[in-house]
Ligand binder design. Sequence first.
Ligand code: GDG
Length: 478
Amino acid sequence: MSRLIVVSNRVSAPKDPASGSAGGLAMALSAALRKYDGLWFGWSGETVEKFTGELKIEDRAGVTVGLVDLEAQDVDEYYNGYANKTLWPLFHHRTDLAAYERSYGEGYERTNARFADVLAPLIQPDDIIWIHDYHMIPMARDLRRRGITNRIGFFLHTPWPARQLLVTLPHHRRLVESMFDFDLIGFHTREWMELFQRYVEVEEKGTVTPDGEVRAFGRSVQTGVFPIGIDVDEFLTARNSVLGRRTYDRMSASAAFRSMMVGVDRLDYSKGLEERLSGYEQFLRDNPDKRGEVFLLQVTPISRDDVDTYQDIRARLDALAGRINGEFADMDWQPIRYLNRTYRRDQLAGIYRAARVGLVTPLRDGMNLVAKEYVAAQNPDDPGVLVLSRFAGAAEQMTEALLVNPFSREELSDAIKKALDMPLTERRRRWEALMTVVQDTDVSIWRDAFVSALQAVVRPGNGNGHAGDDGAATAHAA
Ligand code: GDG
């Protein structure tokens, strides 16, 4: 059995999965590594004055992790810069927020090359390598340059942008060309995959075969759709735990016969938080009789606070939540409980279960795991209603949610009303269909489907695809 080497910017293997504040993805990747045996490689989160390339190996809850420190300049230009100020906004269709600075691009290339320098000597001939996300797009190219011929797969956790927007990125061609050093590229949805394929067809006059092989730059790469999900068993365990149940009781008591709506999102402009609050404000205006009967619990941990745009949105949200509360609150009721903090997963599960409505309304989102967690946490006999943005990847599968356009305050207001008024039979019918989707896209299915597809890619030149063979070398000789 070959080893699996997972590579991502941050390595977040939870030290104690049961109590974790780690997200579903961290759990999933740790579980993948425990199953396949291997290594999780990435940035330690620490900075040093001068890059040394020293590798720190640790064991975290049975997962071997390999960590490397970066220089402050790398963190500025590669992580805060190119990853979070250039690619993240661009991939979420916010070219108005995207910063195109040469130094960011250079830092991105330099840091990926540094990661490759440290990683390449660790790779054994039978290993398969799975790179994650937009921080590490050139990684396969950098590893190939260092003589690595193993199978390398890539999974993009964000959307892929429309071609018309991607071409605003200086050196977009270079970025896309580097992706042809992967053997397999996975996307959450057919839509993101087709946008990638369309770019290659239009900009490079490339071709796409019916089974998703994309040819351009004199090479080819397999593409596929692998919708990520949550670890359903782990989440149900959290929901049924003592703290999960206690949190449910506490929230139900605190709601005091009012209907609670919940939102759980990192503080990020892609999550549509301002639009959500405006839609809720519209609902309060449209339905004076409902005031005092409903409230929104919005859990919003601060993220990427080193980036100006994130400080700006934080200030705007503080002001908006304060204004809505100031305008509508009564002596014994406040329409929004806005919390900039994190909760443990078992507490989150209890919160979701106590909420009559789950508001998941990003403006654009690769998948969105909160939508799946909300559904998994519900009481099957009396489930709540999921209001889901049609621009979340999750909307491609979760069609029985109330799908909304988050850019329209009125549509949001109507959807909140419909959710609150929905009869039990309809709530049950929709929930059963949604829960089937959540189970059918369990994270273990995602992981196994990707790894099997990577193992099965037939590489030009040999047809059997064993890592490290001549065919592989030829395929990547360009
Ligand atoms: C990216 C893509 C894609 C949030 N607050 C707390 C907390 N969370 C957890 C949630 C959920 C996770 O964070 C967020 O996942 P999402 O999928 O909603 O969003 P991103 O962080 O933007 O993730 C996204 C994902 O990658 C996976 O591919 O779905 O589209 O943008 O698990 O529960 N967890 C805890 N306390 C909190 O307060 N414990």
